[in-house]
Design a protein around this ligand. Structure first.
Ligand SMILES: [Zn+2]
Length: 238
């Protein structure tokens, strides 16, 4: 039995013979004793350590990719008590420990850390409000309709446009949304394609609260036009 058996020993998955052998190793191996002590400290402090949760596949993947990214212990450190200063752990063991912790009882630590982040996010966010909404009608010779909503959210104004029954763009063509102010300046407010039944949507955070007079959708020859080159397909006054 060697150091590699530590995790299995800690998780209680060794058979009697292997466990006895590992305990013999433990008596001679300071590294394993320290690691074991740290594991016990970490898990003793977990509120739900006694009820290990089976992580779902998505979480396993995230945990494992975190391990491969060599930043595996973030979630553990968040809720664990500050460990006493100790010599650096052996490099091969550290990610494995983190992974085994996160994948078993540590799943709870991970979930708690996630929840903490989510709670903070929610606390920061103001409820979004609808500042206005208009229907865009098709111009002559074109099909389609759209709804544009102006949304105030976290100090930003966004426009969300949803269109349907549009002609499906071909080749490099794409639909572009334009906001037009009193002076006739046009600001591109998003580019979108449609699905095969002519539906499309785009959201755009406005750089300023200019006094927009009009919203229009053009069918552009390419998705990169800085000024409208194609025909206006849909339009509405704001
Ligand atoms: Zn050892």
């Amino acid at each position: 039995m060697k150091c590699e058996a530590l995790i299995d020993y800690f998780n209680g998955t060794l058979n009697d013979k292997d466990r006895a052998a590992f305990e013999k190793h433990l008596a001679e191996c300071t590294d394993c004793r320290e690691e074991l002590e740290e594991l016990r400290l970490l898990t003793a402090d977990l509120p739900f350590a006694a009820e290990p949760a089976e992580p779902n596949d998505g979480m396993k993947e995230r945990v494992l990719s975190a391990v491969f990214a060599e930043e595996p212990v973030t979630a553990v450190e968040k809720t664990a008590p500050a460990p006493a200063p100790r010599k650096p752990a052996r490099q091969w063991l550290q990610p494995l420990l983190a992974a085994s912790l996160l994948l078993s009882a540590g799943a709870n630590v991970y979930l708690l850390a996630q929840k903490e982040e989510t709670d903070q996010q929610v606390a920061r966010e103001e409820p979004a409000t609808l500042a206005g909404s208009v229907q865009l009608a098709a111009t002559e010779g074109f099909n389609g309709q759209a709804q544009a909503s102006m949304v105030q959210e976290n100090g930003h104004s966004s426009v969300i446009l949803q269109a349907n029954q549009l002609q499906v763009p071909t080749g490099t063509e794409a639909y572009q949304v334009w906001l037009i102010n009193e002076a006739g300046d046009k600001v591109r407010a998003g580019t979108f394609n449609t699905d095969e039944s002519g539906r499309g949507a785009v959201s755009y955070t406005m750089p300023s609260d200019d006094n927009w007079q009009m919203i229009a959708v053009t069918l552009e020859p390419t998705a990169t036009s800085e000024q409208p080159l194609g025909d206006i397909v849909l339009a509405a006054e704001l």
